[in-house]
Design a protein. Structure first.
Lengths: 620, 620
């Protein structure tokens, strides 16, 4: 069932706690390594050596690290490339089986090492997507521990486990448990089971404790709490924040478009960059060459964000520095999204938004006087650009947690809502765009009335392979040979009434009773002598214990028939149901297929994929 | 469809904005009146008059106001009694039709006037439940505006509208938009459609603006932001917060039990209090008598909470004052929950929790020294007692918004999670208890494995009233007379295959072709002369335009038959599906019933209520 039973609690609580601790620890370790490499490279090339030597060391070490990142992904798991959030989103929408490679331990290793090298190598990639991906792989392997097997077998619980893993990954990225819960709610599932709520809170708190301990150690940068006063925001400024939010929505949509275009352009035109190493090498070279001479571009994004959010005047940067940063970073980040290395985009959009907001705030301060606090505009800008890219309203909650202040929620909420609305009028979110770019299976939301009026009978597959309730072993055998990839078959009565579904393995077991036949079938013999089934003794020896699904018929008939008792009760729908309703069922109940019944007879089959095809055809 | 189509946006956005503004304005006005009456009563009895005269005025005005509150509820709408949240929770779980009285304008009037009188009269009742109720009624009436009719017709959208109204009501109660969104998620629906998210955020922001403007006016108390420093919480204190959280969980569960026991005791034993006016009069008298001499007990709960949350030493109260407050208020609040007046319990549990936490913090400060900040313990206590009573994890987010500080989230989150876990091990949440107490229809979550293994065939109703695909008007007429309350009938073929569902009104329309017959049927004529249907001309004249569902049969047969084309495609399930799966479908897809099909034949019917009955039998 979808709702965890009481008996499950003794497994669920340790599972979620362990998941939180393990995933957060793993992510913390990756973060430490990233930071160490990032700092070591800077120290060797800037503090120890100088000038041309330092330049060469800085650039070459960056290129080498990025190439290593590419190499690791190519060798261990190509699933580790990119953000990972799109894959997880796809898994959440019910395609667990099709993306099992993404949850392999090779992907975890490649993602971790690749991420360390990519960020250490100086590319402006984020870590929140990879963290989510790593967290999900850890959840997957944790569930393979025998004690947790019963959780794993429940499809709904398994989905919840993934949702919780997403939450932990996000929470560990920025230390934002509540925002992460909301963000996972928004971005990974089109519906949300309330029982997931406490589980993800538990997992996230367990993770946050690890994160809390480690982030108080001095090795890494942490986000600082902001200290805006009660007078830093006045109501008459709300219109200024609205303008900022709308503008960030446009920038966000533009960024998504750029990412898509860059990816398309590279795939189609730049064939000489089709080699992944050449591609990453060139980008890393460009990144290294521009970064070395400018301390600004080498800065840890968290440090830069703290600076931009500050309620006082900026210490490290001037306004022209911020503008320069934006102009250089924007194209570089857009290019990096599609590279064959692990890397997210959230922190980058956060940084860009904070930069834009600060510039806007400083401009307003010059024009309107000291009642404007530019740091607050930076905060609003960061939240709304992140929202414009990801289309998640929960970016507002993330920023409350990042800044530790919730007292100025009004401008942030309004700006984020406007940003999402404006951006949505242009295109889809970055993650949905990546899903399309990478051809991942996904259950889209329906938009447009056309689709809803279509009938199920118009989209169904009409030729359904069935097995009759009373079939001879020969018939079953032929069926299994003809459709070796089918994992289950619908069982129908004489009148083609749908009785249920039986797994192929169970059918094999049923006819396995006469192993001779089975062997003959497997060796490709089409014509079977009838006598081979008549040896009752032989048969009874083989079947022990006698399977539930089998009832030997009396020998009156010529060909012996097996009565197949179906194991599973499938989803049945009437043929005049609207596709909209069926889509609803697919989203809610997450079956892989539904059988279409008309006048009591099985007339068709609609698979999850058929609905998607249909949505794409309509062009939502 | 569940997902709003693009065309709907032009209606949804104005609807949600209007809902937010209207509901928040209405709630604000009620709040102003409450405050004015509360203050006026205090001024007249304390500042203008003194001693015995003041005492008499204070007590008698309180009793009169409370009696007025009771009178208003009795006269206008008994649905206005109590919190209102349980009714809304019931509506959200799919019982819109059964609780339409709760959404009538009379209930709105009674709730508003009753709430003003009850709080003005000095009873320690909260306003968040009534606010939610009033907001939902406003949402209902707003949807009756012709422009919004199309939204109203979509069952899923209607549900989302209610969820958004809940959010606005909660957000307006404390000025906590995000917490309200989460709280509505947790407490009103067992699953949550992500498309509700932006709608509720939009409605809440619109409402928050109204609230924001009005709360900056000096008339009412507002929650003050807390000002805890970064050193006010140290990690080694976490265990102390855990203890507080667990204890608050026990207190919360105890409070729920007390409420229930008081209610039961009153119903069974105190028959002389069965008159609602006597009952409310006695409680109001007791409340007035204890309050007058003690300024503490007359204080606005918001003011008291601000004081308890303060990071400095308390100005208005001493520790013994706090203890006295708790001892007097606790039983009074438990009694007030079941009174026939409007009133919630959230703010009261907030206050009690803050008091307990402050006492605990002050005690710890005495023992462990100045590193303990008692105000922080008061905050944690408030959040965790509210969570212990309502079992909502989102109480943590509510408190972040109430205090305007999120930097000390760790102790709050951990304490709230512990409180909910501990309290859940004792009993159900207060709202679920009230649902049971008031016999409201509700779709409970399934707990316990027993239930899941039962088959649908064991719980279904076997005698389903059907209409044959080809029926004579006489047959249809007889059916309609026999089952006048049925709103629809399943249509079956000769072989009892389920073809679909037809509404009774449509059936009436079909046989209405010969109005003479219909009239005769209505006048109760059982035996009809066959000739009355043979007049073809007469029939064709009457039916214009010819309804889709009718196909005239040739005159070959003796008795004319009508071919019924079903309108709706119902939910069909196999008879060996588990009840757990079916429950899932009921929760997710919210049908009122499902048809059970076996071997292509209609064999039974399961209504929403049958599942509930079953759950109650198992005793979850």
């Amino acid at each position: 069932g979808v709702h965890g039973t009481t008996a499950d609690l003794s497994r669920l609580v340790p599972y979620m706690t362990l998941l939180g601790i393990l995933a957060a620890s793993f992510i913390s370790i990756v973060d430490i390594f990233t930071h160490v490499i990032f700092e070591a490279r800077k120290r060797v090339s800037v503090d120890i050596t100088h000038g041309a030597v330092g330049y060469v060391i800085y650039v070459s070490s960056g290129v080498l690290l990025c190439l290593l990142s590419t190499f690791v992904c190519q060798q261990w798991s190509k699933e580790a490339e990119g953000s990972g959030l799109p894959q997880m989103k796809s898994i959440m929408s019910g395609f667990h089986d099709k993306l099992s490679n993404s949850l392999a331990v090779e992907a975890l290793a490649a993602k971790a090492v690749g991420l360390i090298c990519a960020i250490g190598g100086g590319l402006p990639v984020g870590w929140e997507g990879p963290n989510v991906h790593m967290s999900c792989i850890i959840a997957e392997y944790l569930s393979r521990i025998p004690y947790f097997h019963s959780l794993r077998q429940d499809k709904a619980l398994r989905l919840q486990m993934m949702a919780c893993a997403c939450t932990v990954g996000l929470a560990s990225s920025f230390g934002t448990p509540i925002g992460a819960v909301l963000y996972a709610l928004e971005s990974t599932s089109s519906f949300y089971l309330v029982p997931t709520f406490w589980k993800s809170v538990l997992a996230t708190i367990s993770g946050a404790m690890v994160f809390d301990i480690w982030y108080k150690t001095p090795v890494a940068e942490a986000f600082e709490n902001t200290t805006f006063g009660p007078d830093d925001y006045r109501k008459n400024q709300l219109i200024l924040f609205c303008l900022l939010g709308s503008f960030m929505g446009i920038v966000g949509a533009f960024f998504v478009k750029c990412t898509h275009e860059v990816y398309q352009f590279r795939k189609r035109r730049l064939t000489y960059l089709s080699n992944r190493f050449v591609l990453v090498g060139v980008v890393a070279l460009a990144s290294g060459l521009t970064q070395y001479n400018n301390e600004l571009l080498r800065i840890d994004p968290r440090k830069a964000i703290n600076e931009l959010f500050s309620s006082n005047a900026m210490q490290l940067m001037t306004y022209s520095d911020v503008m320069f940063l934006l102009l250089v970073k924007f194209p570089l980040i857009a290019v990096c999204v599609g590279l064959p290395i692990p890397g997210g985009v959230f922190i980058s959009s956060f940084l860009m938004g904070a930069g834009c907001g600060r510039l806007y705030g400083e401009f307003l301060r010059t024009v309107l006087g000291p009642s404007i606090v530019p740091g607050l505009y930076a905060v609003v800008g960061a939240a709304s650009l992140a929202a414009g890219v990801t289309r998640a309203l929960s970016c507002s909650v993330l920023i409350f947690e990042v800044t530790g202040q919730i007292s100025h929620m009004m401008p942030i909420l309004v700006a984020v809502l406007l940003s999402v609305t404006v951006a949505n009028s242009f295109n889809q979110s970055l993650y949905d765009t990546l899903i399309v770019m990478k051809n991942l299976p996904y259950m889209p939301n329906i938009r447009g009335d056309v689709f809803l009026s279509q009938r199920v009978s118009e989209v169904m597959i009409k030729d359904v392979v069935t097995v009759k309730e009373r079939s001879s072993p020969e018939e079953i055998g032929t069926l299994l040979i003809e459709y070796p990839t089918f994992s289950s078959f619908p069982v129908v009565s004489e009148r083609r009434s749908l009785l249920g579904v039986i797994r192929a393995s169970q059918l094999r077991f049923l006819i396995g009773g006469s192993s001779a036949t089975a062997e003959k079938l497997h060796s490709g013999a089409d014509e079977l002598p009838e006598g081979s089934f008549q040896d009752e003794t032989f048969r009874n020896q083989k079947i022990s214990p006698r399977p539930v699904g089998v009832e030997g018929k009396s020998n009156e008939k010529k060909s012996r028939e097996i009565l197949i008792v179906p194991e599973l009760s499938p989803l049945e729908v009437g043929d005049n149901m609207s596709v909209g309703q069926l889509h609803n069922m697919f989203v809610m109940l997450m079956p892989t297929h539904a059988f279409v019944v008309s006048r009591g007879e099985l007339v068709g089959l609609v698979r999850r994929g058929d609905i998607i095809q249909n949505v794409v055809d309509v062009g939502s």
